[in-house]
Design a protein around this ligand. Structure first.
Ligand SMILES: Cc1cc2nc3c(=O)[nH]c(=O)nc-3n(C[C@H](O)[C@H](O)[C@H](O)COP(=O)(O)O)c2cc1C
Length: 299
């Protein structure tokens, strides 16, 4: 468990995108929620990434397979940040999530420092656990030549909102340098986002080749996550949220042993939506002391 400076504890987070924009999940998950098999209250809900203005991206509700495909053990997606924008979310989803009593983290993708300041202004009055800076979407072009200082500037601007900040990094980025740069600004580092297809399957053509190949999630990226968590633990002091292919108790145990103190679950909701809550309960039953909120003196 990680406890933020505002007292909010996070242990199991939904990967951004896993339970849509408001924690109720995607439409096909509703029946599972109604039956109590999928319970969003056992998670910190990380909202699907929002941009300042609505963004078309590649996802079309009438043909989702054009941008998301299942592959053995995982998925590949090239959603490209399709979303209706932060103002829509604040108007429509935020009040609903408050009413539902969900603990929320708002994932944002600012394209510039000015946009990050605008996000901070909009998010400042809200009661949220944290903001997550999505610094790592593999499906949009990143044109900054110096990623590290760019991410640092965005993080500093977002901190103006007064909420704890999580920085989500990708395997294809200088993630150790980014984590070192945002120490003292961010309160946690989240490793990792989806991994570009060409790094996971260099010899194979992606089913989403016409959209740049897409980002791989689920079991095929397990080794990438382990490497990232290990390197981050060696080189930074930031608490680590680990995510990528988590599907079993063994995954959680391994990531914990490597130094992660909170976990993010994404593709498992897509492939087996009845599993994530079972996993949380199994972990808490097996390791109750790890899920306990530390006392002030022990933090
Ligand atoms: C269809 C889909 C959409 C996603 N959308 C987002 C997103 O909007 N923002 C983000 O930061 N990550 C997004 N992700 C990445 C996940 O949040 C997660 O970091 C990644 O998939 C690795 O974890 P997993 O293997 O448990 O899914 C998405 C993943 C998938 C499969």
């Amino acid at each position: 468990m990680i406890v933020f400076s505002n007292g909010e504890p996070v242990e199991f987070l939904t990967g951004s995108g896993a339970l849509a924009y408001d924690g109720r999940g995607w439409i096909w998950e509703y029946p599972l929620r109604w039956m109590g098999i999928l319970n969003p209250h056992e998670f910190t809900i990380v909202v699907k990434t929002l941009t300042l203005r609505p963004r078309k991206g590649n996802l079309r509700w009438y043909a989702p397979w054009r941008a998301v495909r299942l592959i053995p053990g995982g998925a590949v997606n090239a959603v490209g940040l399709t979303n209706p924008g932060i103002d829509w979310w604040i108007r429509t989803c935020y009040p609903r999530m408050r009413r539902m009593g969900l603990q929320m983290v708002v994932s944002v993708y600012p394209e510039s420092v000015e946009e990050a300041r605008a996000f901070a202004e909009k998010l400042r009055p809200l009661q949220i656990a944290a903001i997550e800076l999505n610094a790592s979407c593999p499906n949009v072009a990143h044109c900054e030549t110096d990623t590290v200082s760019h991410v640092h500037s965005l993080a500093v601007a977002l901190r103006e909102a007064g909420h704890p900040l999580i920085v989500k990094v990708g395997y294809d980025q200088p993630y150790v340098a980014i984590a070192q740069a945002v120490e003292g600004v961010a309160e946690a580092i989240h490793a990792i986002n989806t991994v570009p297809w060409r790094l996971v399957f260099p010899e194979r053509r992606s089913p989403l080749a016409r959209l740049g190949g897409g980002g791989v999630s689920g079991a095929p990226i397990r080794p990438f996550v382990r490497e990232a968590v290990r390197r981050l633990r060696e080189h930074t002091h930031l608490p680590i949220i680990a995510g990528g292919g988590i599907a079993t108790l063994h995954d959680l145990e391994e990531l914990w042993a490597l130094g992660a103190r909170a976990f993010s679950i994404g593709t498992l909701f897509l492939r087996a939506p009845w599993m994530p809550n079972r996993l949380v309960r199994a972990w808490r039953a097996r390791y109750p002391e790890r899920s306990q909120q530390p006392t002030l003196s022990a933090r």
